[in-house]
Every structure is written in structure tokens, then in C-alpha cells.
Design a protein around this ligand. Structure first.
Ligand SMILES: Nc1ncnc2c1ncn2[C@@H]1O[C@H](COP(=O)(O)OP(=O)(O)OP(=O)(O)O)[C@@H](O)[C@H]1O
Ligand SMILES: [Mg+2]
Length: 226
């Protein structure tokens, strides 16, 4: 079974959406639309009567609702949405609490979609060794709870198709990369979306142009970036 991302062009690239139960990384540099893509995914579920959880390490609830509204997603109308804002530093001090409370929260809300925005903020606070454990633990919780999840992450400074710490892409079942592509320093950048991996699925790897508009993200799956 596939879960629609709420973005028509992206669903088309994926052949219908994200496979149920997958944990998918959405990576990109600042302002490329990672949070927006995640919000589309959550909103699509809410619209269909599903429940969703947004675990935010970046923006607070008010800012998430405001930004969603600016692209026409009225998240505030839904009771089956829970937005949790966590301070990464607090989580670091007691990661065991997340491990014990998050599955319970997902069960209580009967959530089947989850957005963690951004996981790289959390990763920043841990050493290489701990980072792998934290990410595997987060993925295990998602799998155990049966939710389909998007983890957003900053991209590597020099390699737009890699996550900041280079571990997330191995842990996740799929990875979507959002890139700002510049022909030259003087040109306006073109935004390109690339499905880098999606286990068990045949998909194009070609970067497809997308735009962020007042209706949110629009992916032009039949066009070429240049
Ligand atoms: N209503 C809107 N109309 C047009 N463009 C918008 C609108 N809202 C947001 N944008 C564009 O989307 C960008 C932000 O997208 P988003 O917050 O999803 O990016 P992000 O990758 O999560 O960024 P960050 O790394 O800072 O968290 C804005 O910088 C702006 O260019
Ligand atoms: Mg963001």
C-alpha cells in the first residue's frame, strides 16, 4: 500500500506515493522546502481521516501552523494532529524518555503518519557513535509503531545528495533530496527534487524541477531541470 505525499508530481515519480511503513529522509539545504514537504504529507493524511504527529526540533507550533496556512494547509482545523515541540538539548539528556513515551503517544493517537523536523538538529548534539544509535532507535520506534515517517535533515555542505552526517541515508528506507541548482552565480537558482533511493521501488533518479508557491510544493515530473 502507498501513502500519497499530497504532492501530485512527487506521487507520480514514486508510482503512487510512499510505501506504508517506510521511513523516508528528506534532505536539502536551508529554505529548499523540507518542512513544507513534510507538512503536505501530514495534511494529506489528516484530510483522509488519518492521524498524524509532528515532532519538531526547529519551529514552534505557532510558526508551523502559520507557515502551513500560508500555503493553504489549515492544520489547525484537525483534532487528529499532535504537534510536539522538543528542545534537542532536553532530549539529549533523557533520550530514554523519547524511547518510552513516543510509542505510547503514537498508540494513543492511533497515528499512522509522522514528521520529524529536523532530525539533523538532534544529530548535532551527539557523537558519531551515539548518532548511529539515536537514528536506529528512532527508526525502530517508527517500525514498531507501524507509522510511515518523514525525517527531514540538513544536507552535507558540499554534497547535496548526502545528509549532514552521512548516516541517515543508510538507516532510512528511502531518501528524497531537495536541491538548489545554479547555472551560474548570477542566475536565479532552479529547485530540483531527486528521489535518491526508495527500497523495492522502480523510480526515476533524474532531478525534477519544483516550485514553492502559495499552494505549496509543485513538482513538474515531466519536465527537465535544464
Ligand atoms: N506562501 C509561500 N509562497 C511562496 N513561497 C513560500 C511560501 N511559504 C514558503 N515559501 C518558500 O519556501 C521556503 C521555506 O520552505 P521550508 O521552510 O519548507 O524550507 P526548509 O527546507 O524547511 O528550511 P529550513 O532548513 O530553514 O528549515 C521559504 O524560504 C520560501 O522561499
Ligand atoms: Mg524547515
Amino acid at each position: 500500500m502507498r501513502l500519497s505525499t499530497g504532492i501530485v508530481g512527487l506521487d507520480a515519480i514514486l508510482g503512487g506515493g510512499i510505501p506504508k511503513g517506510y521511513v523516508v529522509a528528506v534532505i536539502g539545504s536551508y529554505g529548499t522546502g523540507k518542512t513544507t514537504l513534510g507538512l503536505h504529507f501530514i495534511y494529506e493524511g489528516l484530510k483522509n481521516g488519518e492521524s498524524g504527529i509532528i515532532l519538531s526540533f526547529d519551529e514552534d507550533e505557532e510558526s508551523i501552523l502559520r507557515n502551513a496556512k500560508s500555503i493553504g494547509l489549515s492544520l489547525e482545523n484537525f483534532k487528529n494532529l499532535q504537534i510536539i515541540r522538543l528542545e534537542a538539548l532536553t532530549v539529549k539528556k533523557s533520550f530514554e524518555r523519547i524511547e518510552s513515551e513516543l510509542p505510547e503517544l503514537i498508540r494513543n493517537l492511533n497515528a499512522n503518519r509522522m514528521l520529524i523536523d529536523s532530525i539533523s538538529v538532534l544529530e548535532t548534539l551527539f557523537s558519531d557513535h551515539e548518532r548511529y544509535q539515536i537514528l536506529s532507535s528512532m527508526k525502530r520506534i517508527m517500525k514498531f509503531s507501524g507509522v510511515t515517517a518523514i525525517f527531514t535533515s540538513e544536507a552535507d555542505k558540499y554534497l547535496p545528495t548526502a545528509s549532514k552526517y552521512g548516516i541517515l541515508e543508510y538507516i532510512c528506507d528511502g531518501m528524497i533530496c531537495l536541491k538548489m541548482i545554479r547555472k551560474s552565480e548570477l542566475d536565479e537558482p532552479t529547485l530540483g527534487l531527486e528521489v535518491v533511493k526508495m527500497r523495492g521501488i522502480k523510480h526515476s533518479r533524474k532531478p525534477k524541477p519544483y516550485m514553492i508557491t502559495e499552494r505549496g510544493i509543485v513538482v513538474y515530473e515531466e519536465a527537465e531541470v535544464f
